[in-house]
Design a protein around this ligand. Structure first.
Ligand SMILES: Cc1cc2nc3c(=O)[nH]c(=O)nc-3n(C[C@H](O)[C@H](O)[C@H](O)COP(=O)(O)OP(=O)(O)OC[C@H]3O[C@@H](n4cnc5c(N)ncnc54)[C@H](O)[C@@H]3O)c2cc1C
Length: 441
């Protein structure tokens, strides 16, 4: 992992030097057009969009480093299969899907390799049902997705078996298949976006302040409604045009902290929803041709948070990354900000996957433990199932972009485009009204 540190002095002179294989960036300016708080996939892609789509300068502040939040645990589905046409997030998901594909294609056209740079794979997706009831629902889904303009097909068991021989298929197995769904590797995609953003540092348009939590808001004349930036643990950072809070599941507490002297109450009802993901390295027992998910994932994702209830659920997801690692998911539960890996959940994820891929049962526990890595992340869950993207009422120049739950990787580019258009006063590519702060926070 690249580690970055900044030193403060009086004017901006970004410097890069390779030291012990790590990148050291020195930036000394404290005034930018935009300050983005939170360097997960949402914050970093917002920074990228400002840098590539305007001439504004951007600072990214993070209390730790990118991938230390939910982003680092993400499996990387860039999928439409499990989304529902007509819902509030449909257009955002579709737009983002398109933007990711455009990015991968642009890289290819430039002679670069999206697989290497983003961990990008055009695998297509299979949403698998194993009961006749689930298969009926999947046929309806295929119909709805196709009415919405997507290329899709229902695969009955013989066709499914041909497409994905490692999958256990019986008479009542079927799948919704979307050939244009894709996947990326969250860590590679983040590294690519960071690298691209840093190219603007040399022009004085970009800086990162990692390991530096934001602790307060700066207002124009000390008390006005105009937000002028943030206070971090180490410095004051001015954002002349906008300050954007993109701190995932920490957005509720951070907004309370930031607004404590403002006489404004914004209660972002985002909750941490813990998820485990299992990465089995050096995996050679079988190969997966597609990204795969069990049909029950859709309910598992949308189940609501009952106050005080853990609501543990596990649903099979399986991908193979560009390095040939098998990536298995995933769990969902409400246990506050705890990020300890839980062996019993890891075992359940493994056993659930083995119901779909019987060859996993042949792998000894020792081999499995030796070759596995566990990723844990806190999805930013919003009770109404959609992110909050918009300006904060009662204050000028303050925006929120958080609450993407299990879809932040796939919805990142559309979210970034939306919020940047808002700040620049440009018409939105898609209707943003469903994501507003007012009435929801
Ligand atoms: C197991 C798992 C699998 C997933 N799979 C997928 C998938 O396949 N496809 C998909 O689209 N999505 C997936 N997701 C969801 C996706 O990872 C999230 O929706 C997304 O990462 C959220 O991004 P974010 O930037 O909002 O939050 P985060 O990545 O959590 O980033 C928030 C950042 O804010 C910083 N921060 C917090 N407080 C402060 C402060 N006071 N000052 C400064 N910085 C602060 C944190 O350090 C953190 O870096 C998955 C998530 C999990 C857990």
């Amino acid at each position: 992992m690249v580690s970055i540190s900044f030193q403060s002095s009086t004017f901006l002179t970004p410097k890069y030097s390779a030291r012990h294989g790590s990148l050291r960036v020195t930036a000394s300016r404290n005034s930018f057009d935009v300050v983005v708080v939170g360097g997960g996939i949402i914050g970093l892609t917002i920074a990228r969009q400002f840098l590539t789509g305007s001439d504004l300068s951007v600072a990214v502040v993070d209390k730790a480093i990118p991938c230390s939040g939910a982003t680092g645990a993400g499996q990387g589905y860039i999928w439409m299969t499990h989304k529902k046409p007509g819902t509030d997030i449909w257009d955002l998901a579709l737009r983002s899907h398109q933007l990711w594909h455009d990015l991968a294609q642009t890289l290819s056209l430039q002679g670069l390799d999206p697989q290497e740079l983003l961990g990008w794979k055009n695998t297509g997706s299979l949403l698998v049902g194993r009961t006749s009831q689930e298969c009926v629902a999947l046929k309806q889904k295929v119909h709805d997705l196709s009415q919405a303009g997507l290329t899709t097909a229902y695969l009955s068991s013989p066709h499914l078996f041909l497409k994905e021989p490692a999958l256990l298929v019986h008479d009542h197995t079927g799948a919704a298949f979307l050939p244009h769904d894709s996947q990326l590797d969250a860590h590679r995609a983040v590294a690519f976006i960071e690298k691209g953003n840093r190219e603007f540092a040399i022009q004085g348009r970009y800086a990162e302040f990692y390991h530096e939590p934001a602790t307060g808001l700066i207002r124009s004349d000390g008390r006005s409604k105009e937000v002028a930036g943030v206070q971090t643990l180490k410095r004051t950072l001015y954002g002349k045009k906008a300050t954007i809070v993109a701190t995932g599941c920490w957005s509720e507490s951070l907004m309370h902290e930031l607004l404590k002297d403002c006489n404004i109450s914004v209660d972002v009802p985002v909750k941490p929803r813990k998820g485990h993901l299992l990465v089995v390295e050096n995996f050679d027992s079988f190969y997966l041709n597609h990204g795969i998910m069990e049909a029950g994932y859709v309910d598992h994702q949308s189940a609501s948070a009952d106050e005080e209830e853990r609501m543990l659920s596990i649903s099979m997801t399986a991908t193979m990354d560009t390095r040939g690692n098998l990536v298995l998911g995933s769990s969902r539960e409400f246990v506050g900000f705890d990020t300890e890996a839980d062996e019993s959940i890891i075992r359940c994820i493994w056993e659930r996957a083995a119901e779909f891929f019987p060859k996993l049962q042949d792998i000894s526990l020792e081999d499995f433990i030796r070759n596995r890595k566990v990723r844990v992340g806190l999805r930013p869950y919003m009770p109404d199932g959609k992110p909050v993207i918009g300006s904060v009422p009662g204050l000028q120049n303050l925006y929120l972009a958080a609450g993407h739950e299990g879809g932040g990787l796939s919805m990142a580019l559309g979210t970034a485009e939306m919020i940047v258009d808002m700040v620049l006063g440009k018409p939105s590519q898609i209707d943003s009204s469903a994501f507003g702060v007012k009435g929801r926070c």
